[in-house]
Design a protein around this ligand. Sequence first.
Ligand code: SAM
Length: 419
Amino acid sequence: MIDLPQEFLERMKGELGGEYGAFLQSYARPALKAVRANALKITPEEFEKISPVPLDGKVPWEESGFYAQGDSLGKTVLHAAGLYYVQEPSAMCAVPELEVKRGERILDLCAAPGGKSTQIAQYMQGEGVLVANEIDFKRYGILKSNIERCGVKNAAVTCQSPENLADYYQSYFDKILVDAPCSGEGMFKKEEAAVREWSLKNVQACAARQAKILESAHKMLAGGGRLVYSTCTFAPDEDERQIENFLRLHPEYKLIKTKKLLPHKVKGEGHFCAVLEKPSGERAEDFRLKAVKASDKKEFEDFKKGVISAEFKNIVRIGDGVYSLVDDFPAELKAGVKLGEVKNGRFEPAHALAMCLNNEEVNGVEVDEEVAIKYLRGLTFYCAEENGWRVVTYKGYPLGWCKVVNGVAKNHLPKGLRV
Ligand code: SAM
């Protein structure tokens, strides 16, 4: 069993009383794991039939969530195809509380690596706008790549501090998720660093940072909007007391509910979540998307012929990049999908384009598992198809682009994604 910080144990003993023994016992079992079927690509029922990893029943609080077993859940070809996301089971409990409706404006303020953003996106089904924000640049890159892998077509991925974002989006969002950076007491089994870095001082530092983040979220939430605050820690200063303090500063908010998933009571490593509602009031006007010029589409429309049949709206050229953008949102924020780039008058498709297509929309090259693994390693493979760009598919699900030249499929999987 892991060696837990003494001050943490004493606090939990004080809080839990008679339940403390059971709580302590929960550290004797291995960490529970789960995956979430990506409803943008597959239904949970279909996923259950073709899952490449052993599933072990459904996660009660998320309709697409399944407990799963194994040490390499994220290392299968269907994971690379974005068919599922590996997520700690109790971490799936916050997003359903947003009660996402298609067409809403939603902000995930602390979003990397993207578990909850991709979960929100599957409830949105491509309608409305999702702003997925991460303050840390390196983690922002991982967030972007997970959003792409999961085929999300209506997100703007940003790398801003909550304060900067709040200047831009006053009273704008219908729903905001603050999955706050925290002392990570629910991560003790999964990450040794969480135990090492834990201290009473760090809990206080996290609480102060969370209060600041909540203030920015408050500014960005439209009247009548819903705010879901979550952490993966048990510390009351970061959970219940954080919400009490927020309500003291903003008594106009209504606390709808709080949930605390504890590892000795549920099948999960633990999560806290509070649901708040702002009274009706100001909601910022829609941003205006600049009128789209017909000339912006030309190279993409030429490229599409015989390669993909999907239709894209609001096609906009920004520099060399070609994007399909969400309605009523500033073009410069590129909320949508990058379709590709125009280089020397020729269109080169983006990885994000392949990942948001389904099998019926592509004239693809279907490969078996052996060739799919070769492709994911960045290798070329023999291919009898006509010369030109093709989406490589496995079991019908896109993995990325290749360019067929005289019987050889040249690999165009971005280098950073190769295994
Ligand atoms: N929601 C993510 C998911 O489901 O995959 C996990 C988010 S993690 C709990 C919290 C994130 O907040 C981290 O990615 C961290 O870099 C970010 N963060 C750290 N300090 C922050 C700050 N001052 N303001 C906003 N976000 C911050």
